[in-house]
Design a protein around this ligand. Sequence first.
Ligand SMILES: Cc1cc2nc3c(=O)[nH]c(=O)nc-3n(C[C@H](O)[C@H](O)[C@H](O)COP(=O)(O)O)c2cc1C
Length: 210
Amino acid sequence: MADNYLGRKMEEYEAQKCASVRTRKVSLMSLLAKNRSVRGYDHSFTVRYDQLVSLVEAARLAPSARNQQALRFRLVTAEEAHLVAPHIRLGAALPELNLPFEGNEPQAFVVICATKEGRFVDIDLGIAAQTILLRAVEMGLNGVCIAAFDKEEISRGLHLALTPQLIIAIGRSAEHIEVVDIAEGENQTYYRQGDTHFVPKLRTEELIIK
Ligand SMILES: Cc1cc2nc3c(=O)[nH]c(=O)nc-3n(C[C@H](O)[C@H](O)[C@H](O)COP(=O)(O)O)c2cc1C
């Protein structure tokens, strides 16, 4: 009787271990797969302020060189979107499309500023940006990093005392995006065919230095 009990418990424990390992693995890779740069958003969904706060909560837990924590975040919801949207550039590789399409403009943003400058701040910036994007995907949203924006106009409109370094648009995706495997030397520029946006990515084996 006691032997049976222990045997059953051990089986349950092993099954749980396998299930949790499987779930974790699938979960991170699926978030990464869904984490594509979206340049067209569904206006029937409005991003709330507390959802943007939740993105900063995630960024707060990201690593920071020397733990300097120099990044600050200005949260912009639909009421203030007009102060940001006209001053960003999306899809520079597809100038003929004039992205975003009318009616699909991003309406929520995280404007990342920094209290100081330097290489380590830039590295922190990248880590924070990806953390924010992954948290957004986990919440059923998407985003895109935007480095091409008018710093002066954004600073003036939002009354920023700190220089904006990077903007992340956030919203519910209205786009269909697919990753395409490519080899070294093939064209890396993203492109569109019909309604699908294709993102060429070098195969894993191309990335590993032999
Ligand atoms: C630091 C950084 C800056 C970016 N700036 C812009 C930008 O200004 N405008 C834009 O449309 N996309 C911008 N992107 C998005 C890239 O074009 C996108 O990551 C790339 O095409 C690969 O697509 P994926 O993110 O779906 O993998 C930026 C991405 C990064 C990481």
